[in-house]
Design a protein around this ligand. Structure first.
Ligand SMILES: O=C(O)CCC(=O)C(=O)O
Ligand SMILES: [Fe+2]
Length: 299
């Protein structure tokens, strides 16, 4: 069961809403957010931008192919989210990262995951992508503050961990097909993920009994789920749950926003979560290790 949480109540009743999302993260790691504050027109503009991009000729998209900084186009067949399966994912994707100018000292200094974004030559694309990125980032920081409350930490506990984060906005497109896998079974890598889908079925979550359950679609809502970084940070108090996308009957689009901490954030058991089960690790090191495993598609 994935609970539906009306986020517009968070301002007036922060502790109540924090307890609701905390419970969801302890039980399944998934919730559906309505009243989340990402404007409808921002979401619509992002879908339009994504459609425009995916319709470009492959040669055009290949000019901004995904690189070590996790920005750009991932062509169909270049990813395998289920590292144990022999199947590659039938999807294509485009990633936008934390936006910086080329002369930013963090880029010049070689900080991990700091880079300029790779933009297609499409009118309005950059504004639409960054508009969605900013709105999702704001919501993500607000969800992190609820997590702090749920864990009896000061509400601003995470602020310094997400003010220049390794966040990735990812446009996804799954081609229509007959059977097979759109995105292999996986748990996400980061702290939290905010996911919008276009209503075409396919997303499934692995239940505790080992059965795959369809995630119900709610127009305009955002699915929020936690990733392995937050599971580790919370000393396994929260659970990141496996999910997958079946190859859809019709073309399916979705927009994911992966919120990973600042690169130099140290991920070690949060105060009050008991004896640490894992050694400390920097958020950048953790993300790198997970991305490397996903992209290691044998020839
Ligand atoms: O497209 C979706 O609905 C889910 C995608 C997903 O789970 C991911 O990219 O991590
Ligand atoms: Fe995922």
């Amino acid at each position: 069961m994935i609970p539906v949480i009306d986020w517009s109540r968070y301002g007036a009743a922060p502790d109540v809403v924090a307890a609701e999302i905390g419970l969801a993260f302890r039980e399944t790691g998934f919730a559906t957010l309505v009243g989340h504050g990402v404007p409808e027109e921002v979401m619509a503009a992002a879908y339009d931008a994504a459609d425009g991009f995916f319709a470009l000729p492959a040669a055009e998209k290949a000019r901004i192919a995904i690189d070590i900084t996790n920005r750009g186009w991932a062509a169909t067949g270049t990813e395998r989210l289920d590292e144990t399966s022999g199947e590659v994912d039938a999807k294509e994707a485009f990633n936008v990262g934390w936006d910086l100018p080329p002369n930013d000292p963090r880029i010049i200094g070689g900080e991990p995951f700091r880079a300029v974004n790779r933009w297609p030559d499409l009118q309005g694309f950059r504004d639409a992508a960054l508009g969605y990125f900013d709105a999702a980032h704001r919501l993500g920081v607000s969800v992190q503050s609820a997590i702090a409350r749920d864990l009896a930490l000061p509400p601003d506990y995470f602020d310094g961990h997400f003010d220049a984060p390794m966040a990735t906005l990812r446009f996804l497109k799954y081609p229509a097909g007959d059977g097979g896998i759109g995105a292999g079974a996986h748990s996400d890598y980061g702290s939290i993920t905010l996911l919008s889908t276009d209503g075409e079925a396919g997303l499934q979550v692995l239940g505790k009994d080992g059965e795959w359950l369809d995630v119900p679609f709610q127009p305009g809502a955002l699915i929020v789920n936690i990733g392995d970084c937050l599971m580790r940070w919370s000393n396994d108090l929260y659970v990141s749950t496996k999910h997958r996308v079946l190859r859809p009957k019709r073309v399916r689009r979705s927009i994911a926003f992966f919120l990973d901490p600042n690169p130099d954030s140290v991920i070690s058991a949060l105060p009050g979560t008991g004896a640490a089960k894992y050694p400390p690790i920097s958020a950048a090191e953790y993300l790198r290790s997970r991305l490397d495993a996903t992209y290691e598609v044998p020839a």
